[in-house]
Write a protein that binds this ligand. Structure first.
Ligand code: HEC
Ligand code: HEC
Length: 270
């Protein structure tokens, strides 16, 4: 009996350990559960914060005059250049983020302004390097973007009117003249694609070029590019005739791009 009692008798030390263990096991479990809940909550919190920020942005850039119920009969009132600048463009141009020309910094803008209104507007509408199309806000109208470009450039010394110049389409006679100039001065490279010239039938090569707009293409053809000689290498060619050749090239290239898009649609439909 005495021996048996010896075996089961707990020493004060053992008792203390057992008590501590008994106390801490549930405490540890509770602690882990709390940590888990907290981590889930904080993750949810991030998502909420994003959703709220997103909604706040949409709310802020919502055009004025659109009723909360988005009544389609209420005419959409366009924002002023300053409003568009504050809501969208200032995100980068306010600080010069991503290498953007900073607002009111005449030095940063002077060379860009010298490119002329059409190029600036084209780059703002269609994007340019790290400059996203419409400042990354596709809901902005052409006119709103134009107003913002005028607002920013005029604050840096320009005197632009926010006009939306539609590209003037060449007449049939002009296209006919362009075709002749092209055949004499440009076809040697652009018919075959020799030396890397964009073939008129190469939709892939022309799609991005067409997006640059005609002002860019005229300038590229007249002044030359890295690979393309100025005026096709014929310095007697007038600027006007070079432009007509570009008009003709664009006309043909547009057909190539449209045909390629149609073919891709057909393939997708199959
Ligand atoms: C996400 C940042 C960002 C936002 C937002 C942004 N821009 Fe820009 N923008 C740039 C950068 C970067 C450049 C410089 C691009 C370069 O020269 O390579 C630039 C350049 C420009 C230029 C000069 C283009 C040229 O040909 O030199 C214009 C004009 C312009 N932005 C207009 C706007 C307008 C208008 C808005 C608002 C609707 C806007 N930007 C919003 C980043 C931005
Ligand atoms: C000796 C060959 C050659 C001739 C002739 C030539 N080009 Fe080009 N052209 C090129 C090459 C190469 C490129 C591609 C340049 C590049 O990728 O920068 C090009 C590009 C172009 C581009 C697109 C600009 C760009 O950013 O790539 C236009 C527009 C153009 N040429 C117009 C003309 C016109 C108009 C003529 C006739 C007046 C002409 N070219 C004659 C070789 C030629």
């Amino acid at each position: 009996m005495a021996e048996h009692q010896e075996l089961t008798k707990t020493t004060p030390k053992e008792f203390a350990l057992a008590t501590l263990g008994g106390l801490f096991a549930p405490a540890l479990a509770i602690f882990l559960i709390v940590m888990l809940v907290l981590s889930i909550q904080s993750r949810l919190g991030e998502q909420d914060a994003e959703a709220i920020a997103d909604k706040a942005v949409r709310e802020r850039i919502k055009p004025f005059g659109v009723s909360v119920a988005l009544d389609p009969n209420v005419p959409r009132v366009e924002m002023s250049g300053e409003q568009v600048y504050n809501e969208v463009c200032a995100n980068c141009h306010g600080s010069g983020a991503l290498g953007s020309p900073k607002h009111k910094d005449a030095g940063a803008w002077s060379k860009r302004i010298a490119q002329g209104w059409a190029t600036l507007l084209n780059h703002a509408l269609n994007g340019f390097n790290k400059m996203p199309a419409r400042g990354g806000e596709p809901d902005l109208s052409d006119l709103e973007v134009a107003r913002a470009v005028a607002f920013m450039t005029n604050a840096a010394g320009a005197k632009f009117e926010p006009v939306l110049k539609k590209e003037v389409e060449p007449t049939a006679a002009e296209l006919a003249r362009g075709k002749v100039v092209y055949a004499e001065n440009c076809a040697s490279c652009h018919d075959s694609g020799v030396t890397g010239a964009q073939k008129l039938t190469d939709a892939k090569a022309w799609e991005p070029l067409l997006k640059q707009g005609k002002d860019y293409l005229y300038a590229a053809a007249i002044k030359g590019t890295l690979g393309g000689p100025a005026k096709g290498g014929n310095d007697k060619l007038s600027d006007a005739d070079t432009r007509l050749a570009v008009d003709y090239m664009v006309d043909v290239a547009r057909i190539s791009v449209a045909q390629a898009a149609k073919a891709a649609d057909k393939k997708a439909a199959k």
